[in-house]
Design a protein around this ligand. Structure first.
Ligand code: ARG
Length: 255
């Protein structure tokens, strides 16, 4: 009976599409297919040609990424990293560049995940086009409750441990650190300064989306996918590094 109610409800919610088709469609946590034209700053960071993390284009030489994607990497590891930009698919198309060097935030803390931000420098400048463009960093933090978008090739379901072939996006609700630390959610003291949240009912980033961009309605970057307890679990929003906190560090280091 409950299943039937859910089925009827989902027919209603996804009006115009059948609930069955919806169940089998490729999607991340509550996401939908995205077009790289709409997310031209999104790239895939790859280790030994496998997608490892998302990242975003800051300028022709530097990409913004999460520190936890790069922590512990030796120069030999870095020599086996590449980024693919300008493609809907992480495994094919677009523009490939080798990673030359990385800069981790000096205060990145592997235990608390505080300051989970880094830069990756490419070995040859990126060539901008309609599908390869730098992202603008937002001038201010979005208001609590405003819609923000996250994109990536990460898991569609927490249990199905596979990257998604085609770029996905979803819309979540922005929350700054303070309300995200409230007892409405379950992280409490784990939200450190420099962390912000994206709340969604069954909508979230997941493994493999890390390092990727969270953007406001103008598609200016406001966060970097960092961590979460599971993916899309009630009471556990996705956690992002706050671009306002790290904007000056980015500008200085990616010059
Ligand atoms: N740490 C993950 C990664 O390496 C990203 C986790 C994001 N999780 C979430 N529930 N929003 O890809």
């Amino acid at each position: 009976m409950f299943r039937l109610a859910v089925l009827i409800l989902s027919c209603f919610v996804f009006s115009g599409e059948s609930a069955i088709a919806d169940r089998y469609r490729d999607r991340i946590i509550g996401g939908e297919d995205a077009s790289i034209q709409d997310f031209p700053y999104q790239c895939s960071l790859q280790k030994l040609e496998n997608h490892a993390c998302g990242c975003s284009i800051y300028n022709e030489n530097y990409l913004i990424i999460a520190a936890h994607c790069l922590v512990g990497a030796t120069q030999s590891d870095i020599n086996h990293m590449q980024v693919r930009c300008g493609s809907n698919f992480w495994s094919t198309g677009g523009l490939l560049r080798e990673v030359e060097s990385v800069i981790l935030h000096p205060n990145y803390d592997t235990d608390t995940m505080a300051n989970d931000i880094a830069l990756a420098k490419v070995s040859l400048p990126l060539i901008f086009s309609s599908t390869v463009k730098p992202v603008k960093l937002a001038n201010s933090m979005p208001a609590d409750g405003s819609p923000v978008e996250v994109s990536g090739w990460g898991y569609k379901k927490e249990e199905v441990r596979a990257m998604t072939a085609k770029l996905q996006m979803t819309t979540v609700t922005f929350l700054s650190g303070k309300p995200c630390s409230s007892s409405l959610y379950k992280y409490l003291g784990e939200i450190k300064p420099g962390m912000v949240c994206g709340v969604g009912e069954d909508k979230d980033a997941c493994q493999g989306d890390s390092g990727g961009p969270l953007v406001n309605e103008a598609h200016e970057q406001v966060g970097v996918v960092s961590w979460g307890y599971g993916c899309g679990k009630p009471g556990y929003p996705g956690i992002y590094s706050d671009i306002q906190t790290y904007k000056e560090w980015i500008k200085k280091n990616a010059a």
